[in-house]
Design a binder for this molecule. Structure first.
Ligand code: MRU
Length: 388
């Protein structure tokens, strides 16, 4: 997508001998646009863990490039395969919920392990990382193509010129992927096709990905939007001000349960109560083909309490504007910070994927992705248990 007229992805390669890995450091948005170079596996792991990059697809693609950096480092070790396995584990343990992370690392590890001699690892890892990133961008573009008719259909029932009101939670935009985004991709497609759209953007406490990132993205693309507090969505739905909800997801079970940013479940409940369609957009890399019960099976990240006890924002001072952090709770109060929740499949109207739209059911998903479940492996476990 364009940033000040220049096309960017969230993670990319630059230069030669060897190509360097660059990311947009999203911690500084929307106030500053900062690009970071990932020098090695350690800095890649920090970038994922501390959310310089975030969002399932973006984390996965960054981890894919991290495995390219891992290959560069591992071939200098006396036991390259053992070193590679360690780097893979290091990357996979950075964040637990988004399945794209393990998916990308496992894909790289399996390809490199199969290649045998470490001589070709760097070239192979580079190509695989590029493929992961390109596929992510392509899938998201296709999600836009398949989701567009949903918005067109709502628009056709409205008075001419009246906007289609779409509510979204967190940031499932291009910043959460390599390009285009999942939930935002149909929105960008509709906007670009001249359909009037207006987006209700949940601020998404505590990290405020909606207020900081989705709002910035939509503004940059000229899409009409309004940031609302996280608790406002139900009220808007009761008053007919939401036509559609579209969210992203960090992991969706093969039965259709959806893990997404904390608060998504409450939006799905409100949508069901008010007859508002609730769609979830995802590339197939976000399916977990091994977990059936999302509520009991999907690991939910618990993030630092400080994200709840403090808020960050821009302050104006004598020397200009700067970002600062303020405490908002009494010093003695405990805080808890589960970062994701699970929306049961029964509350999801449909899944928008790169292959089309399906119901959030085992049958619907299997029809679009035949054979995927059978081909998935428990490579995470294999990785954790070194071969003897
Ligand atoms: O904690 P984050 O910012 O990595 O959260 C992930 C998300 O961006 C959202 O849950 C999003 O809706 C999922 S779509 C990649």
């Amino acid at each position: 997508m364009l940033v000040n007229g220049k096309p960017y992805r969230t993670v990319w390669l630059e230069g030669t001998n060897p190509p360097r890995v660059r990311i947009i450091d999203q911690r500084y948005l929307p106030f500053r646009f900062v690009v970071e170079t990932l020098e090695d596996v350690a800095s890649t792991a920090i970038a994922i863990k501390e959310m310089h990059v975030r969002g399932a697809g973006c984390i996965g693609a960054t981890a894919g490039f991290g495995m390219y950096l891992a290959a560069l480092e591992a071939i200098r070790h006396s036991d390259p395969l053992q070193a590679l396995r360690g780097f893979a584990e290091q990357l996979k343990t950075t964040r637990p919920t988004a399945v794209n992370l393990a998916w990308a690392v496992d894909r790289q590890f399996q390809v490199l392990e199969k290649a045998g001699s470490p001589d070709g690892w760097v070239a192979i890892a580079l190509e695989t990382a590029r493929n992961i990133a390109d596929e992510d961008a392509h899938s998201c573009q296709e999600i836009g193509r398949h989701g567009l008719p949903l918005i067109q259909e709502v628009a056709s029932r409205k008075c001419a010129g009246a906007p289609v009101n779409i509510l979204t939670h967190c940031n499932a935009g291009w910043l959460a992927f390599v390009d285009y985004g999942s939930a935002t991709s149909p929105i960008y497609a509709a906007h670009d096709a001249g359909i009037p759209v207006h987006v209700w953007v949940d601020e998404t406490r505590p990290r405020n990905q909606g207020a900081r990132l989705t709002a910035w993205e939509l503004a940059s693309h000229g899409v009409s939007h309004t940031v609302i507090s996280d608790n406002a969505g139900g009220h808007l739905m009761q008053h007919g001000q939401v036509d559609l909800v579209i969210t992203g997801t960090d992991r969706t079970t093969y039965t259709g349960d959806v893990a997404n940013k904390i608060g998504t479940y409450l939006k799905a409940l409100a949508a069901m109560d008010n007859g508002v369609p609730f769609y979830v957009a995802l590339p197939s890399s976000t399916f977990d083909w091994e977990i059936a019960d999302g509520i009991h099976g999907i690991p939910i990240e618990e993030r630092p309490a400080k994200e709840v006890t403090h808020v960050s924002g821009l302050v104006s001072g004598a020397c200009g504007e700067d970002e600062t952090t303020l405490q908002i709770l009494p010093s003695g109060s405990a805080a808890s910070n589960p970062a994701f929740d699970v929306t049961p499949a029964r509350l999801v109207t449909g899944l928008i994927t790169e292959r089309g739209i399906c119901t959030a059911t085992e049958e619907g998903i299997a029809r679009l992705f035949p054979g995927f479940r059978e081909c998935s492996s428990h490579s995470a476990l294999q990785l954790a248990t070194p071969k003897t």
